[in-house]
Ligand binder design. Structure first.
Ligand SMILES: Cc1cc2nc3c(=O)[nH]c(=O)nc-3n(C[C@H](O)[C@H](O)[C@H](O)COP(=O)(O)O)c2cc1C
Ligand SMILES: [Fe+2]
Ligand SMILES: [Fe+2]
Length: 399
């Protein structure tokens, strides 16, 4: 699609990718996406982000239609994920005088992306860059969703370029929220859910930084450009990123799988023990749930306890499926524990403990095994185990 002017010599020069059905391996994109790049034609010419490499050819020809590429002074790399830096090398070839502007931490990522010499200007929070009639201001907003992310603001245009925040994987060539025909709100939400949700605390910081700005247009890195009821979009993000209510009862979730009922017996006793010291406990048979339906519940829980028998020297798949579904939520710092019935080798529980620790979950009590049918003594151990995990939750003070 041809470039078009958003306002005041600021042009969209991005690419449409309507048939994309999977983004970053983790996200289904039934409505495709767009890679939004912006060109500002001032006394000095600046470009904000580029597009995926696959679209470099048309991207370069569109830029040539707008400006003499030799006169491009700055390429602002707000985030070095290849959907935004994929055409950076091609752009540098036609814009040999351009300097790359990026966050300090992004310098090495830019170098490892272009693998050639280039002028790089590292910027900090609130650094400014004059283009002549307008001045751009950079806001450091790391981990949205890479360590390198920054936003760009032009006060005179009242426009914010927030990179992947406020983005949607949604492709409509009309490109503005008030001109597109279909409702993209579910895609706007889904983008947050899948890409930004693990970084809620970073989002809260970023939202504080944009709070004092006058914003009439939000020009994100994917999907529609926003200019209608801007406050609504910001309020959505505020609500989604908000800290959950304090003083709610502490909650433990126990997910178990059990072929012959042995691990299940352990699960019930562990629940009893945890309840005896005041925790709310919910038990789920992992074979009967869909992990994606449990993300919210897991995100809001204080303790996550996993039970698996050892089957063929491993944890069973329904339990692994839950653990591999948690990449899009923040479980760091929660309390975790594991248990299971075993026959002879009994590897599952150690695998679970290791996995929880690798996910930066606190594992205060070593995982508990019972051999085949749990005995009265083993069930008593389960009860104490439940109590001990629950006590660790009660004592846990979140930073
Ligand atoms: C197909 C199969 C494979 C098993 N493989 C192992 C194993 O590799 N190591 C082990 O310690 N126990 C193994 N076991 C034994 C189970 O861990 C044991 O029967 C356990 O009590 C099952 O717990 P559940 O009733 O909760 O399913 C296996 C059991 C089955 C049915
Ligand atoms: Fe990204
Ligand atoms: Fe992106």
């Amino acid at each position: 699609m041809k470039p078009f002017q958003i306002k005041n010599d600021i042009f969209w020069i991005g690419a449409l990718h309507p048939d994309l059905r999977l983004f970053d391996i983790i996200m289904r994109t039934k409505n495709g996406t767009t890679y939004n790049s912006y060109l500002i034609r001032d006394e000095k010419i600046a470009i904000i982000d580029t597009v995926k490499e696959k679209f470099a050819h048309q991207y370069i020809s569109h830029i040539k239609e707008l400006v003499d590429p030799g006169k491009i002074e700055y390429i602002i790399a707000q985030h070095t994920e290849p959907d935004h830096t994929g055409s950076l090398s091609s752009l540098l070839e036609i814009a040999p005088n351009a300097q790359i502007v990026c966050a300090k931490v992004a310098v090495k990522y830019v170098e490892n992306t272009i693998n050639r010499e280039a002028g790089i200007i590292p910027v900090e929070n609130n650094s400014t860059l004059s283009l002549g009639t307008r001045t751009l201001r950079f806001l450091s907003t790391p981990f949205l969703h890479w360590p390198d992310t920054m936003m760009t603001y032009s006060e005179s245009d009242e426009i914010l370029f927030p990179c992947d925040v406020f983005a949607s994987h949604f492709c409509d060539s009309r490109m503005f929220d008030d001109t597109i025909a279909r409702d993209f709100r579910p895609d706007f939400r889904q983008y947050f859910e899948v890409i930004l949700r693990p970084y809620k605390r970073h989002l809260r910081n970023a939202l504080k930084k944009i709070e004092p700005l006058t914003i009439k247009t939000i020009a994100p890195s994917h999907g529609p450009i926003l200019r209608k009821n801007i406050a609504d979009y910001i309020n959505c993000y505020k609500a989604w990123a908000a800290v959950k209510a304090e003083n709610k009862p502490k909650r433990m979730l126990i997910y178990y799988a059990s072929a012959h009922g042995n691990t299940e017996k352990m699960a019930n006793k562990i629940a009893e023990g945890a309840r005896s010291v005041g925790l709310e406990v919910e038990l789920f048979d992992a074979c009967t749930i869909h992990p994606e339906d449990h993300l919210e519940r897991i995100e809001n829980a204080d303790a996550l306890v996993f039970g698996s028998p050892t089957i063929n020297n491993d944890v069973v798949k329904p339990i692994w499926d839950i653990l591999t579904s948690l990449a899009t939520i923040d479980i760091k710092g929660k309390v975790g524990a594991s248990f299971g019935s075993v026959g002879w080798s009994g590897e599952a529980v150690q695998f679970l403990d290791d996995r929880l620790a690798a996910m930066k979950v606190k594992v205060p009590v070593k995982g508990l095994n019972a051999v085949l049918v749990p005995s009265e003594e083993e069930l008593a151990e389960c009860y104490t185990f439940g109590q001990n995990v629950a006590k660790a939750v009660a004592m846990d003070v979140k930073e």
